[in-house]
Design a protein around this ligand. Structure first.
Ligand code: FEO
Ligand code: CA
Ligand code: CA
Length: 636
């Protein structure tokens, strides 16, 4: 994601602060954090947790203190995957592998055609879900977030043509395909009736309160209900009625213009401007030229629902869930049947949201559940804490037109405008600015929710005060927040929260930047991003961080995956990735003996990787499968 990180940096430039001032500004050191705030106590004594964490511990400890049975792996800078003793890994699929017969195989050096890419596995795989068909057959739906021009084209993006733009558009979106288990190992089923590529030109329905609104209309779609495509599909979610949720994140970077166009405050807030992120789509596909089609960008930044079992279905953009840079969609069915979806907006200083469905889930009739994401209420989080404490209370503030100042007088004509410009609405109601909310995951107890706050160089700058869940200025390591709704009710307006971990480097720092007490030299990492649970309550943490292995990041090596016990706070490194990759996306087979994870952009920016092919091959984003040699449950 580093290329979007750079883009974010351009949109929100940071004034550098000398290192010595940041500690003064934030007034929190490791000792105070462990003693005064005392929320991280990993020690033998439960009393080292604050009262809030004790309450949380009792919930997650209820029969769900998971067995973590593997031996940790050390940090690594090698151009390969390392897994614990007794485990093995294999590649399932890589960027460019054809999903159908008769389609050309992947060619090194950026030589495949656009037509081939439209039928091949997309690039930069991210979030994914496993939909079982039987014991040995399943469908995988996998996001293809973006693409690296340095590998997509022989000319590395320097001599773009219309054909090249079409190829780049085809490398994005979602890949859906069948897999089957043979001799204990899963493999692609070419030509399955379920195999499908969804990309930046696939027709989609716009649904929900913003469908058909003036803000959604374009010259090509005066109805404001039919969009073309999805792209920058970051992480995901899945529903109990068998659909896949794909989340549109940094959509802004695909829009640009040859003329100098200003889309005003809303354009600025969403980072839509004349300069794109380097994709150059607007030069060959005028839909992406904001001078010609200033509202096309309103049709992106949504959560899209896809039915993987119906290859002819039209994906639906669910506008009730708001428009922002969606990371993932963590869905839970609340007691009482409301569908609650937690949603992060991944940009420095943006917010954490939740959606509550108007109608209730019907476990006896899945067809009746198909439009539960169509109507409901969107909320945004506001946190409070006693001074210096990294724990406290929080509330959800409703983003409904006519309430909380979301009125015409304040620039919101109707509910569609609240949803299309959800960020502006969140600011209007006083939401807390966060350190880049990435994935949210609901603990299998259903009682606690966790969210990775990956990092935020801008913390401590104007509008992003240090404190509460964002306790460190110039936060280059990130933290994981957890919260617990009052009475275990996800529709409650109030919750308690604390920090499960603050990442850091105890070899380099002896203050808050050393991390919380469950961080040590053997498990340190930076920039937590992917997050998920297995049903036994093991929490899997994936990183998208700095892999320089130098300075503040010395000893952390390449990006990695860790496993945590939410009850004790223990964190153990499970896997390390190849050079210059991000580890992102995870799902399991139904019996939890195969874990599928994503290795995204190995060798980005021409860093020296040849993963997974070795030799002199082009590095390729890939989905890998991890199994225990004894066939046991992963992590146990
Ligand atoms: Fe696509 Fe925020 O990661
Ligand atoms: Ca991510
Ligand atoms: Ca990230």
């Amino acid at each position: 994601m580093s290329q979007f990180d750079k883009q974010d940096q351009l949109n929100n430039p940071v004034t550098e602060t000398p290192d010595f001032t940041r500690m003064v500004e934030e007034g929190l050191n490791r000792r105070q954090f462990l003693g005064g705030a005392a929320i991280m106590g990993l020690g033998a004594l439960a009393s080292s947790y604050s009262p809030i964490s004790e309450a949380m511990q009792s919930v997650s400890g209820k029969g769900l203190s998971p067995d973590i049975g593997f031996k940790a792996v050390p940090a690594s800078t090698a151009d390969t995957i390392t897994v614990p003793e007794g485990y093995r890994w294999d590649t399932l699929i890589s960027w460019g592998d054809p999903l159908f017969s008769g389609i050309e195989n992947f060619k090194d050096g950026g030589l495949n055609s656009a037509a081939a890419q439209e039928k091949q596995f997309g690039d930069n795989n991210d979030g994914m879900s496993f939909f079982p068909l039987s014991d040995d057959r399943a469908i995988l739906a996998i996001n293809n977030e973006y693409t690296n021009y340095e590998y997509l084209f022989a000319h590395q993006g320097k001599q773009m043509t219309a054909e090249d733009v079409r190829k780049a558009q085809a490398a994005h979106g979602v890949s859906v395909f069948e897999i089957e288990k043979k001799n204990g190992s899963w493999q692609l089923v070419k030509d399955s009736r379920y195999n499908r590529r969804i990309h930046a030109n696939t027709p989609m329905m716009i649904t929900g309160p913003a469908a058909g609104h003036d803000l959604m209309k374009t010259e090509d779609d005066p109805s404001g209900t039919l969009a073309l495509g999805t792209f920058n599909n970051c992480a995901n979610g899945e529903t109990p009625w068998g659909t896949y949720l794909t989340c549109e994140e940094n959509f802004n970077g695909y829009f640009g213009s040859s003329s100098d166009v200003d889309l005003g405050a809303d354009g600025k807030r969403y980072g839509v401007k004349s300069t794109d992120s380097g994709y150059q789509w607007h030069k060959f596909d005028e839909r992406f030229d904001i001078a010609k089609h200033p509202q096309e960008n309103h049709r992106f930044g949504w959560v899209v629902e896809i039915d993987p079992k119906n290859p002819n279905s039209t994906p639906k953009k669910r506008t009730a869930l708001g428009r922002f840079k969606h990371e993932n969609a963590a869905l839970t069915i609340n007691e009482g049947g409301h569908v609650v979806v937690y949603l992060g907006d991944d940009q420095r200083g943006e917010h954490l949201y939740k959606f509550v469905s108007r109608n209730r889930y019907n476990p006896d009739n899945q067809d009746a559940n198909r439009d539960l994401l169509e109507e409901g209420t969107l909320y945004v989080a506001r946190f409070s804490s006693a001074s210096g404490k990294a724990s406290g209370r929080g509330e959800w503030i409703e983003l409904t037109h006519g309430k909380n100042g979301l009125t015409a007088a304040n620039g919101f004509k109707d509910q569609a405008e609240v949803l299309v410009f959800a960020r502006r609405a969140a600011t209007q109601v006083g939401a807390t600015t966060m350190d880049r909310p990435e994935w949210v995951a609901v603990h299998p107890s259903g009682k606690q929710v966790f969210c990775t706050l990956t990092n935020n160089k801008n913390r401590g700058k104007e509008g992003q005060p240090v404190g509460g869940p964002n306790p460190r200025a110039k936060n280059n390591y990130g933290q994981i927040i957890r919260w617990q709704p009052d009475n275990g009710d996800h529709t409650s307006m109030d919750f308690s929260w604390d920090l499960f971990v603050m990442a850091g480097n105890p070899d380099v720092h002896n203050d808050a930047y050393a991390g919380s007490s469950n961080i040590n030299k053997d498990n340190m990492f930076n920039s937590p991003d992917g997050l998920g649970f297995d049903p036994e309550g093991r929490m899997w943490i994936q990183t998208d961080g700095k892999y320089s292995n130098k300075g503040d990041f010395e000893g952390m090596g390449n990006n990695q995956m860790l496993c945590a016990d939410p009850a004790s706070g223990e964190i153990r490194r499970f896997l390390t990735g190849p050079v210059a990759c991000e580890i992102t996306g995870l799902t399991f087979s139904s019996d939890y003996t195969t874990m599928f994870i994503g290795v995204q952009h190995p060798g980005e920016d021409l860093k020296p990787s040849h993963f997974p092919g070795g030799g002199n091959s082009t590095p390729r984003s890939s989905v890998i499968m991890i199994r225990k040699e004894d066939g046991g449950v992963i992590g146990s």
